[in-house]
Write a protein that binds this ligand. Structure first.
Ligand code: ZN
Length: 175
């Protein structure tokens, strides 16, 4: 039986919780398992490391410090954007998450002239707990290795930062 390792494609069900509060922040249960190419930086580092060698049917339970997950929030990821950069008809409220070419950001302050935009991941700085069950492991195809991500059902990245990454299948515009 193949175990999870570099250049395999793994499908897993997972539930992520915040250890402090027990709050569930993400889960694949009730949907397709998460499918990803291992060893190509598609996942947060600790997630892959903890699953190395796991086979179909195995379960793993682990807690990741921020360095092994989404890193620490950085002041450099917070930008002051002139108010007029936002279309007039666009609602701009404190706490909103909006999309941009540079990825999603949260509005953390608003003045008459500027909007302060925080591009840090909402998961940055957090310790995360995962319960994972391995549903499938297979060898990656040459196409997948070339593209650096999994293809087929459930093939997408763990964190959806752009619309392009949400595609379940790679079309002509893949990569
Ligand atoms: Zn592709």
């Amino acid at each position: 039986m193949t175990g999870i390792g570099n250049d395999t494609v793994a499908s897993v069900h997972y539930t992520g919780t915040l250890p402090d509060s027990g709050e569930e922040f993400d889960s694949s249960r009730g949907a397709e398992p998460l499918t990803f190419l291992v060893g190509h930086k598609g996942m947060i580092p600790g997630f892959e490391r903890e699953l190395m060698g796991a086979e179909v049917g195995d379960t793993r339970s682990f807690t990741l410090e921020p360095d092994d997950a989404y890193g620490m929030p950085s002041d450099e990821m917070i930008q002051e954007v002139p108010r007029e950069m936002f279309p007039e008809e666009m609602p701009v409220d404190l706490g909103m998450t909006l999309m941009s070419d540079a990825g999603p950001f949260r509005i953390v302050a608003i003045t008459d002239d500027t909007v302060r935009c925080d591009f840090n991941s909402p998961m940055a700085g957090k310790t995360l707990h995962f319960e994972v069950e391995v549903m499938d492991v297979r060898t990656a195809t040459p196409d997948e290795l070339e593209h650096g991500h999994a293809h087929g059902p459930g093939g997408h990245h763990h964190h959806h930062e752009t619309e392009d990454e949400k595609g379940d299948d790679c079309g002509d515009d893949c990569c």
